[in-house]
Design a protein around this ligand. Structure first.
Ligand code: GRF
Length: 201
């Protein structure tokens, strides 16, 4: 089961997935890591002898960048593309090219707090519970069918950073759980008349 991981930053979710491959919890391999930034996540890939590919979006339109991504990733024939802190909105053409095979992790209980700074959004909204969501990616930002969620408490003295740290701990657990469900065909992305759903078996 081949996974391509896309990221833009420190890569802790990528590392958590990799750890769970190395300890055989996930029967998979990460065939390459792709980033739109020169970042720590790419360095982790190199240290682990995983192909680390920096694709510079500079000077490219969203469509052109998507074409570059597709051309780079297609030859790896991924069974799954995991977005792990990939901080760029993907063009529809990319999502269509890998339909049903892209998952994302978002640090809120979707459909609440889509987009940027969800932890800050949660604090501003005054919610007492937040968390993380792994979902299939569709053409609508942070809106694809939900595979798994985990909740954490929001505390009186929380800052966006302290809440982000608490959420990150559960992200590292549920991303692996979601991938395991997909590998074992216990959940599948399916089309229905009103859109898409995650079908559980
Ligand atoms: C995570 O909080 C993820 O949910 C969000 O970006 C962050 C990436 O962190 N989309 P890391 O690079 O995996 O450490």
């Amino acid at each position: 089961f081949k996974i391509v991981c896309m990221l833009s930053g420190r890569g802790s979710n990528f590392k958590a997935i990799l750890d769970n491959i190395q300890n055989s919890i996930l029967k998979a391999q990460i065939v390459c890591v792709v980033s739109d930034k020169q970042c720590a996540g790419l360095e982790i890939a190199k240290q682990n002898n995983i192909e680390a590919i920096f694709l510079d979006p500079k000077g490219l339109t969203k469509k052109e960048y998507a074409q570059t991504l597709i051309k780079t990733i297609k030859p790896y024939k991924p069974d799954l593309i995991t977005l792990a802190g990939f901080m760029r909105i993907l063009d529809d053409s990319f999502v269509d090219a890998f339909e049903g095979k892209i998952v994302n992790i978002h640090p809120s209980l979707l459909p609440l707090f889509k987009g940027l700074n969800p932890q800050k959004q949660a604090l501003e909204a005054g919610v007492k519970i937040s968390g993380a969501t792994v979902h299939f990616v569709t053409n609508e930002l942070d809106s694809g069918p939900i595979i798994i969620q985990a909740a954490v408490g929001v505390f009186e003295n929380d800052t966006p950073e302290s809440l982000a740290d608490r959420i990150l701990k559960v992200e590292h657990k549920i991303y692996t759980m979601a991938i395991k469900l997909i590998i074992e065909s216990k959940v599948a992305f399916t089309k229905i008349t009103s859109g898409y759903k995650a079908e559980f078996k």
